[in-house]
Write a protein that binds this ligand. Structure first.
Ligand code: HEC
Ligand code: HEC
Length: 331
Protein backbone atom coordinates (compact mmCIF):
# COMPACT_ATOMS: atom_id res chain seq x y z
CA UNK A 1 0.00 0.00 0.00
CA UNK A 2 1.20 3.49 -0.75
CA UNK A 3 0.69 6.06 1.92
CA UNK A 4 -1.04 9.26 0.90
CA UNK A 5 1.51 11.90 0.12
CA UNK A 6 -0.70 14.95 0.41
CA UNK A 7 1.30 16.90 3.03
CA UNK A 8 4.51 16.33 1.11
CA UNK A 9 2.88 17.69 -2.01
CA UNK A 10 2.23 20.88 -0.15
CA UNK A 11 5.63 21.38 1.40
CA UNK A 12 7.81 20.74 -1.61
CA UNK A 13 5.34 22.74 -3.65
CA UNK A 14 6.12 26.24 -2.48
CA UNK A 15 9.89 26.43 -3.02
CA UNK A 16 9.61 24.66 -6.34
CA UNK A 17 7.14 27.19 -7.66
CA UNK A 18 9.93 29.72 -7.19
CA UNK A 19 12.42 27.39 -8.85
CA UNK A 20 10.04 26.89 -11.74
CA UNK A 21 9.80 30.60 -12.33
CA UNK A 22 13.59 30.95 -12.27
CA UNK A 23 14.14 28.10 -14.68
CA UNK A 24 11.68 29.42 -17.20
CA UNK A 25 13.03 30.47 -20.54
CA UNK A 26 15.44 27.60 -21.14
CA UNK A 27 14.98 25.42 -24.16
CA UNK A 28 16.77 22.66 -26.01
CA UNK A 29 18.84 23.80 -29.01
CA UNK A 30 17.98 20.73 -31.14
CA UNK A 31 14.30 19.86 -31.45
CA UNK A 32 13.83 16.30 -30.16
CA UNK A 33 12.33 13.66 -32.51
CA UNK A 34 8.92 12.13 -31.61
CA UNK A 35 10.42 9.06 -29.87
CA UNK A 36 12.54 11.25 -27.60
CA UNK A 37 9.68 13.69 -27.02
CA UNK A 38 7.50 10.82 -25.80
CA UNK A 39 10.27 9.71 -23.40
CA UNK A 40 10.42 13.19 -21.86
CA UNK A 41 7.12 12.50 -20.07
CA UNK A 42 8.92 10.10 -17.73
CA UNK A 43 12.54 11.25 -18.05
CA UNK A 44 11.66 14.91 -17.28
CA UNK A 45 8.56 14.57 -15.05
CA UNK A 46 6.60 17.82 -14.91
CA UNK A 47 4.53 18.56 -11.82
CA UNK A 48 0.87 19.42 -12.36
CA UNK A 49 -0.11 22.90 -11.11
CA UNK A 50 -0.62 22.95 -7.32
CA UNK A 51 -4.19 22.21 -6.14
CA UNK A 52 -5.45 25.56 -4.81
CA UNK A 53 -8.21 23.80 -2.85
CA UNK A 54 -5.99 21.26 -1.04
CA UNK A 55 -6.34 21.53 2.74
CA UNK A 56 -3.28 23.02 4.44
CA UNK A 57 -1.35 20.51 6.55
CA UNK A 58 -0.11 21.21 10.10
CA UNK A 59 3.28 22.88 9.55
CA UNK A 60 4.44 22.29 13.14
CA UNK A 61 3.56 18.63 13.69
CA UNK A 62 6.69 16.64 14.66
CA UNK A 63 7.87 14.28 11.91
CA UNK A 64 10.07 11.18 12.26
CA UNK A 65 11.70 8.49 10.14
CA UNK A 66 12.55 4.98 11.39
CA UNK A 67 15.94 4.71 13.13
CA UNK A 68 16.52 8.48 13.64
CA UNK A 69 16.13 10.30 16.96
CA UNK A 70 15.74 13.66 15.20
CA UNK A 71 12.49 15.58 14.71
CA UNK A 72 11.59 18.00 11.93
CA UNK A 73 8.39 19.80 10.96
CA UNK A 74 6.94 20.71 7.57
CA UNK A 75 8.12 24.29 8.24
CA UNK A 76 11.71 22.97 8.14
CA UNK A 77 11.03 21.48 4.71
CA UNK A 78 9.96 24.83 3.32
CA UNK A 79 13.38 26.29 4.02
CA UNK A 80 15.77 25.95 1.07
CA UNK A 81 18.57 27.37 3.25
CA UNK A 82 18.57 24.22 5.32
CA UNK A 83 18.19 20.51 4.72
CA UNK A 84 16.73 17.84 7.01
CA UNK A 85 19.62 15.65 8.13
CA UNK A 86 18.13 12.52 9.72
CA UNK A 87 21.39 10.60 10.07
CA UNK A 88 24.31 13.03 10.64
CA UNK A 89 26.65 10.14 11.44
CA UNK A 90 26.15 8.69 7.94
CA UNK A 91 28.32 11.44 6.40
CA UNK A 92 31.18 13.82 7.35
CA UNK A 93 30.34 17.35 8.60
CA UNK A 94 28.84 19.39 5.76
CA UNK A 95 30.38 22.71 4.62
CA UNK A 96 28.07 25.67 5.27
CA UNK A 97 27.10 25.98 1.59
CA UNK A 98 25.99 22.33 1.51
CA UNK A 99 24.02 22.38 4.77
CA UNK A 100 22.65 25.96 4.73
CA UNK A 101 23.54 27.63 1.46
CA UNK A 102 24.66 31.26 1.40
CA UNK A 103 21.92 33.66 0.31
CA UNK A 104 20.87 33.76 -2.44
CA UNK A 105 22.45 30.31 -3.07
CA UNK A 106 20.37 27.50 -1.58
CA UNK A 107 21.72 24.58 0.47
CA UNK A 108 23.04 21.93 -1.97
CA UNK A 109 21.76 19.24 0.41
CA UNK A 110 18.19 20.53 0.13
CA UNK A 111 18.00 18.93 -3.32
CA UNK A 112 20.97 16.53 -3.51
CA UNK A 113 20.54 15.30 0.12
CA UNK A 114 23.23 15.47 2.86
CA UNK A 115 24.58 12.11 1.65
CA UNK A 116 24.82 13.37 -1.97
CA UNK A 117 22.75 10.36 -3.08
CA UNK A 118 20.31 12.63 -4.94
CA UNK A 119 16.80 11.92 -6.18
CA UNK A 120 15.64 10.97 -9.69
CA UNK A 121 14.66 14.57 -10.45
CA UNK A 122 18.10 15.97 -9.63
CA UNK A 123 21.43 14.11 -9.69
CA UNK A 124 23.60 11.92 -7.49
CA UNK A 125 26.74 13.91 -6.57
CA UNK A 126 28.42 11.49 -4.13
CA UNK A 127 31.69 10.17 -5.51
CA UNK A 128 31.84 12.36 -8.65
CA UNK A 129 35.30 13.80 -9.40
CA UNK A 130 35.60 17.28 -7.81
CA UNK A 131 36.86 18.80 -11.08
CA UNK A 132 33.85 17.36 -12.91
CA UNK A 133 31.45 18.90 -10.34
CA UNK A 134 33.07 22.32 -10.76
CA UNK A 135 33.05 22.02 -14.56
CA UNK A 136 29.35 21.12 -14.62
CA UNK A 137 28.28 23.93 -12.29
CA UNK A 138 30.26 26.34 -14.49
CA UNK A 139 28.45 24.92 -17.54
CA UNK A 140 25.06 25.54 -15.86
CA UNK A 141 26.24 29.04 -14.99
CA UNK A 142 27.27 29.89 -18.56
CA UNK A 143 24.14 28.30 -20.04
CA UNK A 144 26.15 25.64 -21.91
CA UNK A 145 24.29 23.05 -19.85
CA UNK A 146 20.53 23.32 -19.38
CA UNK A 147 18.55 21.07 -17.13
CA UNK A 148 15.50 20.15 -19.08
CA UNK A 149 12.51 21.38 -20.97
CA UNK A 150 11.55 25.00 -20.44
CA UNK A 151 8.58 24.17 -18.25
CA UNK A 152 10.43 21.67 -16.07
CA UNK A 153 11.21 23.16 -12.70
CA UNK A 154 14.92 22.73 -12.22
CA UNK A 155 16.75 25.12 -9.94
CA UNK A 156 20.29 24.18 -10.84
CA UNK A 157 21.01 26.97 -13.36
CA UNK A 158 19.86 29.59 -10.83
CA UNK A 159 21.92 27.92 -8.11
CA UNK A 160 25.00 27.88 -10.34
CA UNK A 161 24.73 31.62 -10.90
CA UNK A 162 24.34 32.29 -7.18
CA UNK A 163 27.06 30.09 -5.67
CA UNK A 164 30.50 31.69 -5.21
CA UNK A 165 33.65 30.01 -6.62
CA UNK A 166 34.98 29.47 -3.10
CA UNK A 167 31.78 27.77 -1.92
CA UNK A 168 31.62 25.70 -5.09
CA UNK A 169 35.11 24.37 -4.37
CA UNK A 170 34.08 23.43 -0.82
CA UNK A 171 30.90 21.72 -2.02
CA UNK A 172 32.77 19.85 -4.77
CA UNK A 173 35.34 18.63 -2.22
CA UNK A 174 32.58 17.45 0.12
CA UNK A 175 30.51 15.55 -2.47
CA UNK A 176 33.48 14.01 -4.26
CA UNK A 177 34.71 12.62 -0.93
CA UNK A 178 31.44 10.75 -0.24
CA UNK A 179 31.08 7.12 -1.19
CA UNK A 180 28.03 6.59 -3.42
CA UNK A 181 25.93 3.71 -2.05
CA UNK A 182 23.45 1.37 -3.80
CA UNK A 183 20.24 3.44 -3.88
CA UNK A 184 18.03 2.14 -6.70
CA UNK A 185 16.78 -1.44 -7.08
CA UNK A 186 16.49 -2.25 -10.79
CA UNK A 187 13.74 -4.76 -11.62
CA UNK A 188 12.84 -6.08 -15.08
CA UNK A 189 9.03 -6.15 -15.34
CA UNK A 190 6.51 -6.49 -18.17
CA UNK A 191 3.86 -4.62 -16.19
CA UNK A 192 4.31 -1.74 -13.76
CA UNK A 193 2.18 0.34 -11.39
CA UNK A 194 0.25 3.07 -13.21
CA UNK A 195 1.81 6.34 -12.12
CA UNK A 196 1.20 10.06 -12.12
CA UNK A 197 3.66 12.91 -11.52
CA UNK A 198 3.95 14.50 -8.09
CA UNK A 199 7.04 15.73 -6.19
CA UNK A 200 8.79 15.89 -9.61
CA UNK A 201 8.77 12.11 -9.87
CA UNK A 202 6.54 9.22 -10.88
CA UNK A 203 4.22 8.18 -8.06
CA UNK A 204 2.08 5.00 -8.16
CA UNK A 205 -1.66 5.66 -8.38
CA UNK A 206 -3.57 4.99 -5.16
CA UNK A 207 -5.86 2.37 -6.76
CA UNK A 208 -2.93 -0.01 -7.40
CA UNK A 209 -3.74 -0.28 -11.14
CA UNK A 210 -1.05 -1.72 -13.46
CA UNK A 211 -0.15 -1.27 -17.13
CA UNK A 212 2.44 -2.57 -19.64
CA UNK A 213 5.86 -0.97 -19.19
CA UNK A 214 6.34 -0.22 -22.92
CA UNK A 215 9.55 1.58 -23.89
CA UNK A 216 9.99 3.33 -20.52
CA UNK A 217 11.75 3.28 -17.19
CA UNK A 218 9.42 3.69 -14.22
CA UNK A 219 11.57 4.90 -11.34
CA UNK A 220 9.56 5.50 -8.20
CA UNK A 221 9.34 4.97 -4.47
CA UNK A 222 7.64 2.09 -2.66
CA UNK A 223 6.83 4.51 0.20
CA UNK A 224 6.35 8.11 -0.92
CA UNK A 225 5.88 9.36 2.64
CA UNK A 226 9.43 8.25 3.58
CA UNK A 227 10.81 9.52 0.29
CA UNK A 228 9.20 12.92 0.80
CA UNK A 229 10.62 13.13 4.33
CA UNK A 230 14.01 12.79 2.56
CA UNK A 231 14.88 9.67 4.55
CA UNK A 232 18.48 9.15 3.41
CA UNK A 233 18.33 5.44 4.26
CA UNK A 234 15.39 4.80 1.93
CA UNK A 235 16.09 4.66 -1.80
CA UNK A 236 14.19 4.01 -5.03
CA UNK A 237 12.97 1.23 -7.27
CA UNK A 238 13.29 1.32 -11.07
CA UNK A 239 11.22 -0.97 -13.30
CA UNK A 240 12.83 -1.58 -16.70
CA UNK A 241 11.63 -3.56 -19.74
CA UNK A 242 12.43 -7.32 -19.71
CA UNK A 243 15.77 -8.07 -21.38
CA UNK A 244 17.14 -4.50 -20.93
CA UNK A 245 19.92 -5.36 -18.50
CA UNK A 246 21.54 -7.98 -20.78
CA UNK A 247 21.10 -5.74 -23.83
CA UNK A 248 22.63 -2.82 -21.93
CA UNK A 249 25.56 -4.98 -20.81
CA UNK A 250 26.37 -5.71 -24.46
CA UNK A 251 26.21 -2.00 -25.40
CA UNK A 252 28.39 -1.06 -22.42
CA UNK A 253 31.11 -3.57 -23.28
CA UNK A 254 30.89 -3.71 -27.09
CA UNK A 255 29.00 -0.63 -28.25
CA UNK A 256 26.34 -0.73 -30.98
CA UNK A 257 28.49 -0.48 -34.09
CA UNK A 258 28.05 3.27 -34.51
CA UNK A 259 28.26 4.04 -30.76
CA UNK A 260 31.51 3.18 -28.95
CA UNK A 261 31.49 0.89 -25.91
CA UNK A 262 30.62 2.93 -22.82
CA UNK A 263 33.26 1.08 -20.80
CA UNK A 264 36.01 2.30 -23.12
CA UNK A 265 35.64 5.72 -21.48
CA UNK A 266 33.59 5.17 -18.29
CA UNK A 267 35.83 2.32 -17.15
CA UNK A 268 35.29 -1.30 -16.22
CA UNK A 269 31.86 -1.83 -14.63
CA UNK A 270 31.13 1.85 -15.46
CA UNK A 271 32.79 3.01 -12.25
CA UNK A 272 34.36 6.07 -13.91
CA UNK A 273 37.99 6.87 -14.78
CA UNK A 274 39.91 10.10 -14.21
CA UNK A 275 37.49 12.97 -14.76
CA UNK A 276 34.93 10.82 -16.64
CA UNK A 277 32.00 10.35 -14.25
CA UNK A 278 30.92 6.97 -12.84
CA UNK A 279 27.53 5.60 -13.95
CA UNK A 280 27.34 2.38 -11.88
CA UNK A 281 24.35 2.21 -9.54
CA UNK A 282 23.10 5.70 -10.49
CA UNK A 283 19.51 6.70 -11.25
CA UNK A 284 18.54 5.25 -14.64
CA UNK A 285 16.06 8.10 -15.18
CA UNK A 286 18.88 10.58 -14.69
CA UNK A 287 21.10 8.65 -17.13
CA UNK A 288 18.43 8.63 -19.88
CA UNK A 289 17.66 12.31 -19.22
CA UNK A 290 21.33 13.20 -19.67
CA UNK A 291 21.63 11.10 -22.86
CA UNK A 292 18.64 13.04 -24.22
CA UNK A 293 20.25 16.34 -23.20
CA UNK A 294 23.56 15.40 -24.90
CA UNK A 295 21.65 14.41 -28.03
CA UNK A 296 19.53 17.58 -28.15
CA UNK A 297 22.38 19.98 -27.38
CA UNK A 298 21.31 20.62 -23.78
CA UNK A 299 24.83 19.74 -22.63
CA UNK A 300 27.10 21.69 -24.93
CA UNK A 301 30.25 22.36 -22.90
CA UNK A 302 33.48 21.35 -24.66
CA UNK A 303 34.03 18.21 -22.53
CA UNK A 304 30.60 16.91 -23.56
CA UNK A 305 31.55 16.61 -27.25
CA UNK A 306 32.29 12.82 -27.16
CA UNK A 307 28.94 12.25 -25.43
CA UNK A 308 27.06 14.32 -28.00
CA UNK A 309 28.46 12.01 -30.68
CA UNK A 310 27.73 8.93 -28.60
CA UNK A 311 24.13 9.89 -27.77
CA UNK A 312 23.35 10.73 -31.40
CA UNK A 313 24.04 7.06 -32.27
CA UNK A 314 21.74 5.56 -29.63
CA UNK A 315 18.05 4.75 -30.09
CA UNK A 316 15.71 5.33 -27.16
CA UNK A 317 15.67 1.54 -26.63
CA UNK A 318 19.49 1.56 -26.44
CA UNK A 319 19.41 4.43 -23.93
CA UNK A 320 16.92 2.58 -21.72
CA UNK A 321 18.93 -0.65 -21.90
CA UNK A 322 22.26 0.91 -21.09
CA UNK A 323 20.75 3.00 -18.27
CA UNK A 324 19.12 -0.14 -16.81
CA UNK A 325 22.43 -1.99 -16.97
CA UNK A 326 24.44 0.89 -15.49
CA UNK A 327 21.94 1.38 -12.65
CA UNK A 328 22.04 -2.35 -11.85
CA UNK A 329 25.83 -2.32 -11.34
CA UNK A 330 27.43 -2.06 -7.91
CA UNK A 331 28.78 1.49 -7.46
C1 HEC B 1 16.82 23.46 -6.20
C2 HEC B 1 17.44 22.18 -6.22
C3 HEC B 1 18.98 22.15 -6.36
C4 HEC B 1 19.91 22.72 -5.51
C5 HEC B 1 19.67 23.58 -4.30
C6 HEC B 1 21.20 22.32 -6.03
N1 HEC B 1 21.03 21.54 -7.15
FE1 HEC B 1 22.51 20.68 -8.25
N2 HEC B 1 21.12 19.89 -9.52
C7 HEC B 1 19.76 20.05 -9.42
C8 HEC B 1 19.11 19.36 -10.50
C9 HEC B 1 17.61 19.32 -10.74
C10 HEC B 1 20.12 18.78 -11.28
C11 HEC B 1 19.97 17.88 -12.48
C12 HEC B 1 19.76 18.60 -13.77
C13 HEC B 1 19.63 17.61 -14.90
O1 HEC B 1 18.68 16.85 -14.92
O2 HEC B 1 20.49 17.61 -15.77
C14 HEC B 1 21.38 19.13 -10.63
C15 HEC B 1 22.62 18.74 -11.10
C16 HEC B 1 23.82 19.06 -10.50
C17 HEC B 1 25.12 18.65 -10.99
C18 HEC B 1 25.40 17.79 -12.20
C19 HEC B 1 25.76 16.38 -11.77
C20 HEC B 1 26.29 15.52 -12.86
O3 HEC B 1 26.44 14.31 -12.60
O4 HEC B 1 26.56 16.00 -13.96
C21 HEC B 1 26.06 19.17 -10.13
C22 HEC B 1 27.55 19.00 -10.21
C23 HEC B 1 25.33 19.90 -9.10
N3 HEC B 1 23.98 19.81 -9.36
C24 HEC B 1 25.94 20.57 -8.04
C25 HEC B 1 25.26 21.30 -7.07
C26 HEC B 1 25.91 22.04 -6.01
C27 HEC B 1 27.40 22.09 -5.78
C28 HEC B 1 24.93 22.64 -5.29
C29 HEC B 1 25.06 23.60 -4.12
C30 HEC B 1 25.95 24.74 -4.35
C31 HEC B 1 23.65 22.28 -5.90
N4 HEC B 1 23.91 21.47 -6.97
C32 HEC B 1 22.40 22.70 -5.47
C33 HEC B 1 19.09 20.72 -8.41
C34 HEC B 1 19.70 21.42 -7.37
C1 HEC C 1 34.63 8.67 -25.98
C2 HEC C 1 34.42 8.58 -24.55
C3 HEC C 1 33.04 8.24 -24.05
C4 HEC C 1 32.23 7.18 -24.40
C5 HEC C 1 32.50 6.10 -25.43
C6 HEC C 1 31.05 7.28 -23.57
N1 HEC C 1 31.14 8.35 -22.73
FE1 HEC C 1 29.70 9.02 -21.46
N2 HEC C 1 30.86 10.61 -20.93
C7 HEC C 1 32.10 10.88 -21.45
C8 HEC C 1 32.58 12.13 -20.92
C9 HEC C 1 33.90 12.80 -21.25
C10 HEC C 1 31.57 12.61 -20.04
C11 HEC C 1 31.59 13.92 -19.26
C12 HEC C 1 31.06 15.05 -20.09
C13 HEC C 1 31.28 16.41 -19.47
O1 HEC C 1 32.28 16.57 -18.76
O2 HEC C 1 30.48 17.31 -19.72
C14 HEC C 1 30.51 11.62 -20.09
C15 HEC C 1 29.32 11.75 -19.38
C16 HEC C 1 28.28 10.84 -19.45
C17 HEC C 1 27.02 10.96 -18.74
C18 HEC C 1 26.63 12.07 -17.79
C19 HEC C 1 26.93 11.63 -16.38
C20 HEC C 1 26.54 12.63 -15.34
O3 HEC C 1 26.92 12.43 -14.17
O4 HEC C 1 25.87 13.60 -15.67
C21 HEC C 1 26.27 9.87 -19.06
C22 HEC C 1 24.87 9.55 -18.55
C23 HEC C 1 27.05 9.07 -19.97
N3 HEC C 1 28.26 9.68 -20.20
C24 HEC C 1 26.62 7.86 -20.49
C25 HEC C 1 27.33 7.12 -21.41
C26 HEC C 1 26.84 5.89 -22.00
C27 HEC C 1 25.52 5.24 -21.64
C28 HEC C 1 27.78 5.47 -22.90
C29 HEC C 1 27.72 4.27 -23.83
C30 HEC C 1 26.51 4.16 -24.65
C31 HEC C 1 28.86 6.44 -22.85
N4 HEC C 1 28.56 7.42 -21.94
C32 HEC C 1 30.00 6.38 -23.64
C33 HEC C 1 32.81 10.11 -22.35
C34 HEC C 1 32.32 8.97 -23.00
Amino acid sequence: MHKPAAPALFFVGIPFVIVCALAFGQSLPIHPDPEIRAAMAWAFPLNPPPDQHASKPDMHKPLHVPGSTRTYTLADYDDMFGAPDWFPRDHPPMPHIVAHGRKPAWACAYCHLPTGQGRPENAPLAGLPASYIIEQVNAFRSGERVSGRPETAKGMPAEARNVTDGDLKLAAGYFSGLHYKPWTRVIEAATVPKTHVAHWMLVPNADGAREPIGNRIIETSTDMARTELRDTRFGFVAYVPPGSIARGAAIASQGTGAAAACESCHGADLRGTGTIPPLAGRSPTYIVRELILFRTGGRANAAAEPMRQEASHLTLKDMIAVAAYAASRKP
